[in-house]
Design a protein around this ligand. Sequence first.
Ligand code: TEU
Ligand code: CA
Length: 551
Amino acid sequence: MNKKWWKKSVVYQIYPRSFNDSNGDGMGDIQGIIAKLDYLKLLGVDVIWLSPVYDSPNDDNGYDIRNYREIMHEFGSMADFDQMLAEVHNRDMKLVMDLVVNHTSDEQEWFVQSKKSKENAYRDYYIWRDGKDGKEPNNWGSVFGGPAWEYDENTKEYYLHLFSKKQPDLNWENPKLRLEVYQMMKFWLDKGIDGFRMDVINMISKQPGLPDGKLQEGQLYGDGGPYFINGPRIHEFLQEMNKEVLSKYPIITVGEMPGAETEDAILYTDPDRNEVNMIFTFEHMDLDSAPGGKWNLKPLSLVDLKENLTKWQTALHDKGWNSLYWNNHDQPRIVSRFGDDQKYRVESAKMLATCLHFMQGTPYIYQGEEIGMTNVKFDSLDDYRDIETINMYHERKDLGYTHEEIMNSIYAKGRDNARTPMQWDASQHGGFTTGTPWITVNPRYKEINTKNALEDPQSIFYYYQKLISLRKQMEIIVEGDFHLLLKDDPALFAYERCWKDESLLVLCNFSGDEVTIKDEVEMDGYQVILSNYEDNKLGILRPYEAVVLKK
Ligand code: TEU
Ligand code: CA
């Protein structure tokens, strides 16, 4: 097998809870996924990544794992899982699992033991510290609000949790813990799964001493990031994991890495270093945030987006590998975010797809993206389910923000935008469930659903299908280098890919106005190979028009 098969792959992410409910309990499940594998095959993706399906109390929808070797009973049984894996392979597709090993659930057996006493054999599987002057051991804040430490009455120490207090951080300094993780990974790989997406994997190495973070004015907590993002032993840990586990299997690995910069990414993905195949970077997802974090809104500047994506395209070329994404279960819907989810929903969804899928890297499509699903606006906080959103609401309410201000942030950035159920048809609850869905379906399901998409040859679905098949046919998309054109143009994202004697010109209008393409873009000898409008007037791009030309 070609060692680098994943360079030509397109990955589809399933958020199982919201994908397809087979038994009417309102929650997606494994049999529901199996029923839709032919749909994914038709789309043309060759790898499926499943967000966590392990046993979990669901404080963070499965990113808090209680038992790594069991399936969440709401989703089905291990027999269902084995059947799904076989059915995926029967269709010549691959299955990637989420690997969440920065933390576990506090209901995980290791933590239950660890909490029992300071002498317990599992004590050092987690990060326990004495308080300082009757307060937390340091000033770090948790990603989901509040301090990153929780006091345990029983042993009179605090444990670290970078996420919710039901997600205690594992202590990777402990070789016994590392070995347990590697054994668990082998359990799944030996079943025949095809890889791992590794949750916040660049946070597993913490700076010994756990120093206080810098405290910005007006902030409640110090920024611990410099002491746990790309920490001191991270490359050693990944190389050990690679040697002990990954290198023994023909798999795909992607590390989710907030705060990784291009220099870090090269170290993580340089094939000679044997760490991971590619990473998820975050910089392009932070460009519409003002200082103080994602809830502080700022309009996107296209010039910033172009500059950032160009930096990643050029830095990693021939040195490492990157993944390409606009969406996942943590991000708002891209057509609402960088496109126009009203008048030009279809055009802008196709334009955004074009812009991303002609770059170098492995593209990821998040469920519903292929039909142009949009953000939601629920009036009441009661309709929201995400722990991050709910905690932030109360924190900001206490700080004096109004309901409207907070809801506007949630409408723009809340993770539940991506987590409303998949819209399959125009029947009640979008065909997701015959029962009551765990989260309300986006009211636009009557218009936006897969049934409509499959019946319309001009749909976003078939456009994605085309993009995927072009990647399989054209080596230049996989291998070519990247040059940004018209870097200061505020509305046009134009770039060139070159490989051997071929070249591609990708022209994308990110605005709702017609724009004229400046003469600097040389189009002689080029032919249109793809467009999101029915005809083309070269030289002018209509609202959200995208054109790809080839020479
Ligand atoms: O996300 C990591 C991460 O950095 C997120 O906390 C991100 O900053 C946030 O979602 C932005 O709003 C991963 C998973 O993808 C996420 O779903 C989990 O909640 C988190 O790790 C903890 O496991
Ligand atoms: Ca179900």
